[in-house]
Design a protein around this ligand. Structure first.
Ligand code: ROI
Length: 167
């Protein structure tokens, strides 16, 4: 009989971002924490990129990266796991929309699925026009097709690198 906890792993992409409390260390420890999640295997990790904040300018520059994992966690279970890592690393949700944060973990892609739940929209709505997501994603998955949006290479060609720097 098929064990109902067994399911086929999907390849998911996670965006990591930080602009407080030593961002490079925040990203590194988030990587370790994600790798240590029970039903997650790391398949790839981009370089680190820095960029000025998108949104309010009165906050430090960000460090961003993208991680590729294989997981058989359901999307919302993966999201809850990532949120608990954000909280452990001292994320405080303040009033300001798009304010500074110690750690932001976003599910960018979950296999080829389109997910539209109140808590989770995949592909991530900002993916197609944010250089700090597209460039690290392209680095680890240059052949990727983004469901509903097309080839990563075509999205990248439309998105100037602007002030994004590979660090
Ligand atoms: N800006 C940059 N450069 N990098 C981010 O990860 C990032 N994350 C955010 C907002 C506040 C929108 N701006 C950002 O959530």
């Amino acid at each position: 009989m098929m064990n109902k906890s067994m399911s086929v792993p999907v390849t998911a992409y996670i965006g990591l971002g930080s602009n407080l409390a030593n961002p490079v260390e925040q990203i590194k420890s988030a990587r370790t924490a994600i790798t240590q999640m029970p039903r997650v295997q790391e398949l790839g990790f981009s370089g680190l990129y820095s960029s000025p904040p998108m949104g309010p300018q009165d906050q430090p520059d960000y460090v961003n990266a993208v991680m590729c994992v294989a997981t058989d966690m359901l999307p919302l279970d993966l999201l809850r796991g990532l949120q608990s890592i954000e909280n452990i690393q001292g994320r405080v949700r303040k009033g300001q929309r798009w304010g500074a944060r110690t750690l932001d973990l976003d599910i960018l892609l979950y296999g080829d699925q389109i997910i539209e739940l109140s808590d989770l929209i995949v592909p991530h709505p900002g993916l197609a026009n944010r250089a700090f997501v597209l460039y690290p994603l392209y680095e680890i998955a240059p052949e990727l097709r983004v469901p509903g949006k097309g080839l990563i290479a075509d999205l990248l060609a439309e998105c100037p690198m602007d002030r994004l720097k590979k660090s």
